[in-house]
Design a binder for this molecule. Structure first.
Ligand code: GCB
Length: 866
């Protein structure tokens, strides 16, 4: 949108808002000063948005509180308003809410991600304070989706609460908490576009005459269409009024490249012209289709959908995230160059969809029926009600083009080792029955939208035929992570396309976990390195864009997110984000920008992790440079390394860094980017430049430990004049398997240092020169049964071998610790450190003398003392 257009549009919008104050209906948030309690005895004052799980979902392995939470608040209602109708609107309460007004039950609502309204007029006392009480429950409930999923089900009132006061005639507040009107388009093309609106009007009085006035404004604020209608509203009924505008000639179409919005305003007035109620909506002229051969079409033109999935939670806030912070996400996603967001796995705040309208981002939105269903009647009812709420509340956003209702719905079934075949067949039948109901409902309620569903890598979606129900089927594929290799993605999709040529496909999820503290020259599956993240995303993008039949791809996930039972490199967090949990972009975010955003020249030097990097020996380190330009010139420490062609958004250069500060400069015509990185370059034999030296035992990757400001380098077999293990085996992810690593290690943030280790190592040698050293050793007991994580099950986890390990620790034959028994002394997964000062003539030899079982060790840090 041009700047001036935007200004005029804002002006029109301000005028609409201003007229709201003249109108007799109003809504205000009542978010501040609620009382909250877990037990109804001790109360604390909180503001909405609020959750009670922002801390306990991250602290230890004991789960998070799933149960009841009580909220209360007083509101004063004046008798001046005694002719008004009052509603409370709860924009989201997770997951079941029972509302009481002055002690009387007003409503119960099931489902934590959609809004609900409750009419409270008859329960109010006028010229008095009125008590609102909300009993919230986030316990596991077999009747409310999601039953099970890879994200935390934070309990609380976590979106706005509104007090709505309306006159007796108003746009309906009873239709699944929608805005009371639904915008449809007809005959939309480059030449013309029509708008039809279905409006529901509630009358809380006897037969009344009223007047309905609908206007369409263009983005410049010009009124381009208007319609009037006289109404006679029946006594105490909801009236449906249909208004069809004549087509608008030469409309400006809406698209991600040009998100041109018109505005619809609806005004309801009484027979004297007094405004009773007023509503607005964005209008965007667009139409979408999918083709199994040619992909996704917007306004008749092919468009490859490339974007992200988003979860709504945020570091330190749980799901109770201030809306302005959430809006930043949408701006970040747009700035990355994405043209699509899948709001996973539930409807997010409505404000964000509105922002997608304005910024130009296509939207897939869905309800949280995830992993499994139950066959209870209530579960079916709640699911249907949820989809009604979802579609009706999100219907009018032009950005919303895809409505979904299930994610990986056979995941639990696929990993179910207990049920009989008969039970499994019954569950399939139930699932299909619900899927059919929801598909029919979605098509009926949203006939111009694309219906969608996502499945995981399993034949069951084909066998049962469930994948053929929606108009577009999304595969969530983790080749190169949970399954097989990165390169297998394309083969799988080709095969599916060949077998099901009539099915339209999207890659609805993909991505590895990545921790910005982990980096390596030899990225491997499951190592959480940012380098592996780069490798996987870069290859996936190529594989998808090469295949025109695919409608597109949405990365899993835009941001790291909370999943309480998980243990990645940060406990309780799923780290597949393109940005961190606090939204700091990881390098991969910038890589996407370099391939997607062609607007202005862009360069990014991918050095997320190089803060205080330690390099050893004569190492060359591969540095990736991301750019949307064709060629870049690169220099290191003032010396040109030459011109490089950018392919698939990347140039990768092996760089030789000197000890100290190194400056990398990348330039194109008229544009350049520079970064300085500090390198500790430690060399074999003389250990030159060595002040502190850390080794990440059993690991092939570097780990940057912020607390100690040091990079622990990868481990190696002993080399003369240098360092390494003499025996033992790397344990953990270095074997290309997640062997049930110790997760959520107490008293440390340095999980990746502890998570990889050497098992059975009896001797470790460092050939340091003569001197006085502080030596710190890191240990953890790894034989702890991994947390049940169905997302990791394709990696075989072996039952722990419970033999205890007892060993003596010596450095240069000095006994540091007798009979170290980690399991006994530190039963709760403690990250244990031992420290000693050692004076040596030459070298440090660490000995772990086994008394019982195999000794283990995770890390070594030595510091040269003066
Ligand atoms: C999936 C799920 C998603 C998980 C993701 C993962 O397939 O749909 O909810 O978070 O995998 O990271 O394992």
């Amino acid at each position: 949108m041009l700047h001036t257009e935007y200004k005029m549009f804002s002006l029109a919008f301000i005028m609409c808002v201003a007229s709201l104050f003249l109108c007799n209906s109003q809504s205000k948030t009542i978010n501040s000063g609620w009382q909250y309690s877990e037990n109804k005895t001790q109360w604390q004052t909180v503001n909405i948005p609020h959750t009670w799980n922002d801390k306990d979902a991250f602290d230890d392995d004991s789960g998070y509180r799933r149960g009841l939470g009580y909220y209360k608040k007083q509101i004063y209602v004046s008798s001046q308003d005694k002719d008004q109708i009052f509603y409370l609107k709860f924009n989201a309460v997770n997951q079941e809410a029972t509302v009481f007004i002055n002690g009387k039950k007003a409503t119960n609502h099931k489902g934590g991600y959609t809004a609900f309204n409750v009419e409270i007029t008859s329960l109010l006392n006028f010229d008095a304070y009125n008590l609102i009480e909300v009993e919230v429950d986030n316990s596991h409930n077999d009747n409310i989706p999601p039953l099970d999923a890879d994200f935390t089900f934070y309990g609380g009132i976590y979106r706005d609460v509104e007090l709505i006061k309306v006159t007796k005639q108003h746009f309906s507040l009873k239709d699944f908490a929608s805005d009371g009107f639904y915008v449809n388009y007809y005959n939309v093309s480059n030449d013309k576009a029509g708008v039809k609106v279905d409006i529901l009007i509630d009358n809380f009085e006897t037969k009344t005459d009223a007047h309905l006035y609908l206007e369409i404004f263009d983005a410049e604020g010009n009124r381009v269409r208007e319609e009037h209608q006289g109404l006679t509203l029946k006594s105490n009924k909801t009236e449906t009024v249909k208004v069809k505008f004549p087509e608008i000639k030469n409309p400006k179409l809406w698209s991600p490249a040009n998100p041109y919005l018109y505005k619809l305003q609806l005004t309801l007035s009484d027979k004297n012209g007094t405004i009773l109620d007023q509503k607005q909506s964005n209008l965007g002229f667009r139409w979408v289709t999918v083709d199994p051969e040619k992909g996704f079409f917007l306004n008749g033109k092919p468009i490859k959908l490339i974007g992200v999935n988003r979860h709504q939670d945020y570091k330190d806030y749980g799901n109770a995230v201030p809306i302005e912070l959430q809006k930043q996400d949408i701006h970040l996603i747009k700035n990355m160059g994405a043209n699509v967001i899948r709001f996973a796995h539930y409807p997010h705040s409505r404000e964000l969809y509105k922002l997608c309208d304005e910024l130009g981002i296509l939207v897939w939105t869905e309800i949280p029926i995830v992993n499994k269903v139950t066959d209870s009647e209530t579960f079916f009812e709640v699911s249907n009600a949820m989809q009604n709420e979802h579609i009706k509340q999100y219907y009018n956003y032009p950005s919303v083009v895809m409505f979904g209702y299930m994610n990986e719905i056979f995941l639990r079934l696929a990993f179910d080792k207990k049920s009989s075949d008969k039970e499994k067949e019954a569950l399939k039948t139930t699932t299909l029955k619900l899927a059919n109901q929801l598909e029919d409902l979605t098509r009926k309620l949203a006939p111009d939208h694309i219906t969608v569903m996502a499945g995981h890598l399993n034949e069951v979606y084909n066998n049962t035929g469930i994948a053929d129900l929606p108009m577009l089927f999304g595969w969530n594929l983790y080749f190169g992570w949970y399954d097989a290799q990165i390169e297998d993605l394309g083969k799988f999709l080709d095969e599916q396309h060949q077998r099901y040529p009539k099915r339209s496909l999207l890659l609805s999820e993909y991505g590895p976990g990545a921790d910005v503290r982990i980096f390596t020259k030899t990225p491997k599956k499951f190592d959480f390195s940012t380098n592996y993240q780069a490798k996987l995303h870069q290859s996936y993008y190529k594989q998808i864009t090469e295949r025109p039949f695919l409608t597109g791809m949405t990365a899993w996930n835009f941001a790291d997110f909370g999943s309480e039972f998980r243990g990645d490199a940060i406990p309780h967090v799923n780290q597949k984000g393109l940005v961190q949990y606090d939204r700091t972009p990881k390098d991969i975010y910038y890589w996407y920008k370099s391939v997607l955003d062609k607007e202005a020249p862009f360069i990014h030097i991918a050095t997320d992790y190089l803060e205080g990097m330690t390099l050893i020996e004569e190492e060359l380190f591969p540095i990736q440079i991301y750019s949307n330009q064709n060629d870049v010139n690169v220099s290191l420490n003032g010396k040109s390394l030459g011109d490089f062609k950018v392919e698939n958004g990347v140039v990768s250069i092996d760089m030789s860094f000197k000890n100290g500060n190194n400056s990398i400069r990348v330039s194109t015509e008229n544009f350049s980017e520079e970064k300085t990185i500090k390198v500790d370059r430690i060399e074999a034999f003389d250990f030159k430049n060595f002040k502190r030296f850390g080794i990440n035992l059993g690991a092939h990757f570097n780990f940057y430990d912020k607390a100690q400001n040091i990079t622990f380098v990868p481990d190696q077999a002993y080399k003369k004049g240098w360092f390494g293990y003499k025996d033992g085996l790397a344990f953990g992810i270095t074997k290309d398997k997640n062997q049930g690593l110790p997760h959520n290690i107490k008293n440390t943030d340095a999980e990746p240092l502890f998570q990889t280790l050497l098992e059975g190592c009896t001797e470790y040698q460092l050939d340091v020169p003569e001197g006085n050293y502080k030596v710190k050793l890191y240990f953890v007991e790894p034989q702890i049964k991994p947390t049940e994580n169905i997302y990791n099950l394709s990696e075989e986890t072996s039952e722990s071998n419970k033999t205890q390990r007892i060993f003596d620790v010596y450095i240069n034959d000095i006994l540091i610790q007798k009979q170290l028994n980690l399991a006994q002394a530190y039963p709760e997964k403690y990250g244990v450190t031992l420290q000693a000062n050692i004076q040596t003539k030459k070298g440090l030899t660490l000995k772990l003398n086994a008394i019982e079982g195999l000794p283990v060790i995770s890390g070594i840090l030595i510091e040269k003392l003066d």
